[in-house]
Design a protein around this ligand. Structure first.
Ligand SMILES: Cc1cc2nc3c(=O)[nH]c(=O)nc-3n(C[C@H](O)[C@H](O)[C@H](O)COP(=O)(O)OP(=O)(O)OC[C@H]3O[C@@H](n4cnc5c(N)ncnc54)[C@H](O)[C@@H]3O)c2cc1C
Length: 481
């Protein structure tokens, strides 16, 4: 099994990553990326440790593989996947959205339905199957960029000013294709091994050049990653910013300057309908988003724990109004936990034998996420009051005896001396108020699409036929006469 050390050595390649106008070398050692790279490495070490029970014998290769790269072919497989995804999510307390199990879930879905990749003009099914087998053998960290750059949402790529703003195919060769343009925001991209590049937003027939799906090594010649400001380098210490200093997974715009993609890495080619088939007919979308809800439920539990602890430290946890707020947070959290389990309970095999988590539960929980997460943050902010700002500026204030004596005397709570109290409140601030916390707020609202898109999934996958029939039957049971 791949270890953290293997992973860290692999990403120190010749990739082109820009931060503050400079090209970064050796990402695994760079202050912006080494914290998250170390965390991802820890995930691989956990998976490689037999105690985590995260491995299984993959039927596709006959060899041991990480469970997160397995196609669920029974309810037990789904349970085992959930345990594996939860094990990883617990290590990061849900603060790493694009851990390697996320895109792996999509590829698992692709590989369960290779026929979805042979229905276009060319047959790419063998590419998908081979890539999935390689994932099982090599455990790569694959991130993805499946949204066009935010240029205009009133039109699609073919109508935008300038050629190839969204990544598209500029030329075809006997051994592959050459792609040019940009794609929006690959979270984890700078520290991934490879990136799945595709488009989940609906395209028109005029957008065939942009209707692609392929995987590309981050170090591919001509691929450049423009990162949003990394937060980890500005974090003064892990005591001051305990989340930022471990989990700032970074987001990057991808720019393809005529990048060559060999045919064997292409899954969809100039096929608008093929894009939708790959995400929705294969089960990839529901598998990937079930993984997201597993991770999200772990994060909400962490926030609930924080709120409960803050209330106890401040001595307000017995007040009825506070109990009500904690109760609301408990309800929100348990709804998501329940949806994760309900998806497993209502799962069913499709015609290929892939066990698909129940769509109603997965998309139902997702549909509320853009309200639910901000509400959870609001409760935590409410409970914590100004305590998150009644803290010294940084760890040096704790070390300087001149300032420390006042800190010890005035910033404490019963049962929580200054060092403990400040530690807790700085952790809350990193969750709700730091740049890292703000980015997470945006992430939970948008990672699966804008709220109107996600509610559309909830609408389409709920299955209104039953409730409609029930209402019609009831209406038919009485009348004026
Ligand atoms: C922190 C973060 C991390 C991300 N990581 C990834 C990643 O790893 N991989 C990846 O592929 N993508 C990632 N994304 C991108 C994400 O998928 C997109 O943000 C999401 O799909 C929404 O697209 P958009 O941001 O362009 O918003 P838009 O589509 O521009 O929508 C913004 C708002 O405009 C309005 N709007 C737009 N169109 C319509 C419409 N047709 N009808 C009604 N209202 C409309 C809505 O109010 C909507 O909320 C990430 C985003 C964030 C914020």
């Amino acid at each position: 099994m791949r270890t953290g050390r293997d992973y860290l050595a692999a990403i120190n390649d010749d990739r082109t990553i820009y931060v503050d106008g400079q090209r970064v070398s050796a990402v695994a050692d760079h202050p912006a990326f080494s914290p998250i790279a170390r965390t991802i490495g820890e995930l691989f070490d956990i998976a490689a440790d037999p105690a985590s029970k995260m491995t299984f014998t993959a039927p596709e290769t006959g060899a041991e593989a990480n469970r997160v790269y397995g196609i669920p072919r029974s309810r037990e497989d789904l349970t085992a996947f959930r345990h594996a995804a939860e094990t990883w999510a617990r290590h990061t307390h849900g603060w790493v959205g694009r851990s390697p199990d996320h895109v792996a879930s999509f590829i698992n879905g692709f590989a369960a339905h290779p026929e979805a990749f042979s229905a276009g003009e060319r047959d790419f099914s063998e590419n998908v199957l081979a890539y999935h087998r390689r994932m099982q053998t090599e455990s790569p960290y694959v991130s993805y960029a499946i949204i066009p750059p935010q240029v205009s949402r009133a039109t699609t790529a073919h109508a935008w000013e300038g050629d190839f703003v969204q990544v598209g195919v500029v030329s075809e060769r006997s051994d592959g294709i050459v792609v040019r343009g940009a794609q929006m925001l690959a979270t984890g991209g700078p520290v991934a091994d490879e990136i799945l590049v595709s488009c989940i937003k609906p395209l028109t027939d005029d957008d065939a050049d942009f209707a692609l799906s392929f995987v590309v090594p981050v170090a591919a010649e001509g691929l450049k990653l423009y990162c949003r400001r990394p937060f980890a380098p500005a974090a003064t210490s892990s005591y001051d910013y305990p989340l930022t200093t471990r989990y700032d997974e970074t987001d990057a715009l991808l720019v393809f300057d005529d990048v060559f993609i060999p045919w064997e890495k292409v899954f969809v080619y100039r096929d608008v309908a093929g894009l939708r088939r790959q995400f929705f007919e294969t089960g990839a979308h529901v598998l990937g988003n079930w993984q997201s809800q597993i991770r999200f439920s772990v994060k909400l539990q962490f926030l609930a724990g924080l709120a409960r602890k803050v209330a106890a430290v401040n001595g307000v946890d017995k007040f009825p109004g506070v109990v009500e707020k904690l109760g609301e947070l408990a309800s929100l959290t348990s709804l998501v936990e329940s949806a994760v389990l309900a998806a497993e309970y209502t799962a069913a095999p499709d015609e290929s034998g892939l066990w698909r988590p129940g769509k109603r539960a997965v998309y139902g929980a997702m549909g509320l996420q853009a309200e639910l997460y901000p509400r959870a943050l609001a409760i935590l902010r409410d409970l914590v009051g100004g305590g998150v700002l009644q803290v010294p500026s940084g760890i040096e204030d704790m070390r300087n005896p001149e300032t420390r004596s006042d800190i010890d005397r005035y910033i404490y709570s019963p049962g929580a001396p200054a060092e403990e109290r400040i530690k807790l409140f700085k952790l809350v601030w990193d969750a709700v108020g730091s740049e890292f916390g703000g980015r997470h707020h945006q992430y939970e609202m948008f990672y699966a699409g804008a709220p109107f898109v996600v509610k559309g999934y909830a609408f389409r996958n709920y299955g209104f036929d039953g409730p409609l029939a029930e209402v019609d039957e009831f209406l038919a049971s009485y009348g004026v006469d």
